[in-house]
Design a protein around this ligand. Structure first.
Ligand SMILES: *[C@@H]1O[C@H](CO)[C@@H](O)[C@H](O)[C@H]1NC(C)=O
Ligand SMILES: *[C@@H]1O[C@H](CO)[C@@H](O)[C@H](O)[C@H]1NC(C)=O
Ligand SMILES: *[C@@H]1O[C@H](CO)[C@@H](O)[C@H](O)[C@H]1NC(C)=O
Ligand SMILES: *[C@@H]1O[C@H](CO)[C@@H](O)[C@H](O)[C@H]1NC(C)=O
Ligand SMILES: *[C@@H]1O[C@H](CO)[C@@H](O)[C@H](O)[C@H]1NC(C)=O
Length: 268
């Protein structure tokens, strides 16, 4: 387990580092406060590359950065925050916002490349409108929040296009996309196919779908956690995560492609 970059104390970055931050967006303006946005995470990474160079010399640092796989999951929070204030956005307005998110995200990817990173592994954004939290907050009694599904679809199409474009423009750039959207949507629609009985509601929380306030009294907790896809309103259970991890590592091209993460590590 890689320690968080901001954890106090000494770090050995030669095996990697974890810049993840709960609530982070591709936009620096999404969920400000104590969140480290994707651009801020790039600044932290820039510092790590300098430390590696000081410690190991330029050549060895370059080799480590080139061989490393950069795991990224970003974007969902940008759309939660947009949808909360613009639930009735027209398709052109949605497209405009997606272009801003993708534009900023692309800048960070180019930054990683300029610092020596070559192998990028994405989990795309999930079926955001089907999350227990979103169905509950927006009062959906049947199906999912359509506006959020539409944003997620627009984003994922644009993300796939951008990564393909970067691959053709940047020498040595290689990538993986795990189709988290399909994985979460399938488990919502057909939980039994994946060994779950409940793909729609949270195990921990308050309200009709236990979609919010996990661990805030008074809250409910299910008794049969492994039966659930969702632990709370927006985070999957360990059992679902294990399935996703296997797909990220060794999924077939219809789920994870053009490379899976195992293949990305093997690339030279
Ligand atoms: C990067 O390192 C410099 C020098 O140690 C420090 O001043 C700066 O705050 C660091 N930046 C980030 C984003 O951590
Ligand atoms: C969005 O549209 C619905 C239905 O027309 C309306 O009730 C709601 O007030 C609108 N929301 C905003 C933020 O404009
Ligand atoms: C990045 O996001 C800001 C808004 O936060 C926007 O003004 C800017 O145009 C975006 N940059 C790109 C390259 O899309
Ligand atoms: C999922 O769990 C919730 C909360 O316990 C329950 O209300 C709902 O009926 C369950 N759905 C299915 C399909 O089992
Ligand atoms: C993906 O392909 C594998 C075999 O290559 C197959 O077993 C699996 O059912 C396919 N999944 C989907 C969602 O099409």
């Amino acid at each position: 387990m890689l320690p968080p970059y901001l954890q106090p104390g000494p770090h050995d970055f030669t095996d990697g580092s974890n810049f993840a931050s709960g609530g982070a967006g591709a936009l620096a303006t999404t969920n400000t406060g104590t969140v480290a946005s994707f651009p801020m995470q790039l600044s932290y990474f820039r510092n790590v590359t300098k430390l590696l160079q000081q410690k190991l010399g330029h050549l060895e640092a370059k080799r480590i950065l080139r061989n490393a796989v950069y795991l990224i999951s970003i974007g969902g929070c940008d759309y939660f925050s947009f949808y909360a204030t613009n639930p009735n956005a027209t398709e052109p307005q949605q497209e405009e916002y997606v272009a801003i998110v993708i534009g900023n995200l692309t800048t960070v990817l180019q930054g990683i490349y300029n610092l020596g990173g070559r192998k990028i592994a994405f989990q795309n954004v999930g079926s955001l409108g089907c999350l227990p939290a979103m169905r509950q907050i927006f009062g959906v009694t049947e199906g999912c929040v359509e506006g959020l599904l539409s944003l997620a679809n627009l984003h994922n199409t644009a993300l796939a296009n951008v990564l393909k474009e970067l691959e053709s423009q940047l020498s040595g750039f290689k990538y993986s996309i795990f189709n988290y959207y399909d994985a979460t949507e399938d488990r919502y629609l057909n939980p039994a196919t994946y060994g779950f009985t409940n793909g729609s509601d949270g195990c921990c929380g308050t309200g009709p779908y236990r979609g919010v306030d996990c661990a805030i009294e008074p809250f409910e907790l299910c008794e049969d956690l492994p039966e659930y896809v969702w632990f709370d309103g927006g985070h999957s259970t360990e059992r679902a995560n294990f399935q996703y991890a296997k797909l990220i590592w060794s999924g077939t091209p219809n789920t994870t492609g053009p490379y899976n993460v195992q293949q990305l590590f093997q690339q030279v």
